[in-house]
Design a binder for this molecule. Structure first.
Ligand code: GTP
Length: 363
């Protein structure tokens, strides 16, 4: 097995469960601690020695292209392959087959994990077979793709979302694979194919080996609002290690004198009125402004969000440039999209979704 130099990061999904956030920002570009998640993923790949990244995209690809360009800013080579129609997680790989030069990583574009990619390379080298799949153990596997393996780590079965109580294992597919090019020859051309549901089971049926690389790393799928907030909590508490841009996490720095209840992470050019109360577990993007007596806890605000006097925001996500009027209240679990104006005094019930309609998408 040669050294792995390429990674394919799947970034073409519509991110329906994160709407309305994903009406304005494709899921891989959703900020994690004020930096697009995909930038964090590419950083991890870089640290593992990978310089060649292929991005099969399709939904709002321009936002990704505008940010990363050809990758040279990151000292990487980034290639985009745009799908006219979504090809699914395996179809997207087949569609970039001509760019693949050897064994390669595949990463789901929405997984935050502390997985050591170099250790996974060593595992694959030792085991061989057509690929290694990263697995993690979860308390409730019924919502995931379960993966059954034997004492030699060889995978024997895939069981997608088993009913509660009938799960064959608590080990689930964690969305990072290291695959040999032969896998691509087993995917049909030009149609929507799921790697989890179709290709992996087909590999087993054909007698080839896939191995389970089970670790106890931090792992979360950012695809749902409550997971997105949980990921921020876990980074702020240090449970998930992540290199952070400078920001304030205490009182009195960068001109922030408000009542800050740590942990809090604040981007550049943020203004917080002295009488506001911010935290715990609050992340404020570049240029946010928080008015007098506003109260924010357990929430993530993207860039340029304005919060009026006395507004209350709890366990909520607010996308860029939205204005929250004076005295408005966002109940727990609220998600507000881009450029929304919430009138003064508005009460949003817990779990509310507020945002513009879907954009007209042209790939
Ligand atoms: P939901 O609509 O909320 O289910 O999200 P999603 O479809 O964007 O993501 P899902 O978790 O189902 O997919 C896992 C990963 O594969 C994500 O990083 C997606 O961006 C990506 N993905 C899903 N379908 C496609 C596809 O058809 N083409 C490409 N290129 N990527 C895909």
């Amino acid at each position: 097995v040669e050294v792995i130099v390429q990674a394919i990061v799947l970034v073409g999904g519509e991110g329906t469960r994160l709407r309305p956030l994903t009406f304005g920002t494709p899921k891989p570009m959703v900020p994690i601690m004020n930096v697009p998640f995909l930038a964090r993923t590419l950083e991890r790949l870089y640290e593992a020695g990978i310089r060649d990244v292929i991005l099969p995209a399709g939904y709002l690809p321009q936002a990704i292209i505008d940010y990363f360009g050809d990758g040279s800013r990151l000292d990487m080579n980034v290639t985009y392959v745009i799908e006219d129609e979504p090809l699914g997680t395996a179809g997207a790989l087949k569609n970039v087959e001509q760019l693949v030069t050897g064994a390669f990583f595949v990463l789901n574009g929405d997984v935050l994990t502390s997985l050591d990619l170099r250790a996974m390379m060593a595992f694959h080298k030792e085991r061989g077979g057509l690929g290694a799949l990263h697995l993690i153990r979860v308390d409730d596997p019924s919502a995931f793709g379960c993966v059954v393996s034997d004492e030699n780590h060889r995978i024997s079965a895939f069981v997608e979302k088993p009913p509660k109580g009938s799960e064959p294992t608590n080990e689930i597919n964690a969305g990072t694979y290291l695959l040999e090019p032969k896998v691509l020859s087993m995917i049909p051309v030009g149609c929507n194919v799921s790697i989890e549901r179709e290709t992996f089971p087909k590999i087993l049926a054909g007698g080839d080996a896939l191995y389970a690389y089970t670790t106890t790393d931090y792992w979360i799928d950012l695809g749902r609002p409550e997971h997105y907030l949980a990921a921020h909590r876990d980074i702020l508490s240090g449970l998930m290690p992540l290199k952070l841009e400078p920001g304030v996490s205490g009182e009195g720095k960068h001109g922030v004198h408000a009542a800050i209840v740590p942990p809090v992470h604040v981007g550049p050019d943020v203004r917080i009125d002295e009488s506001a109360m911010v935290g715990p577990n609050v992340v404020l993007g570049k240029g946010c402004s928080i008015g007098p007596n506003a109260r924010l806890r357990e929430s993530v605000l993207w860039e340029g969000v304005e919060v009026g006097e006395g507004a209350v925001i709890e366990e909520s996500i607010v996308a860029s440039r939205t204005r929250i009027g004076a005295g408005a209240r966002l109940g727990a679990g609220t998600v507000v999209g881009h450029d929304v104006v919430i009138e003064a005094g508005t009460q949003i019930e817990p779990g509310g979704r507020v945002g513009a309609a879907a954009p007209v998408v042209s790939p």
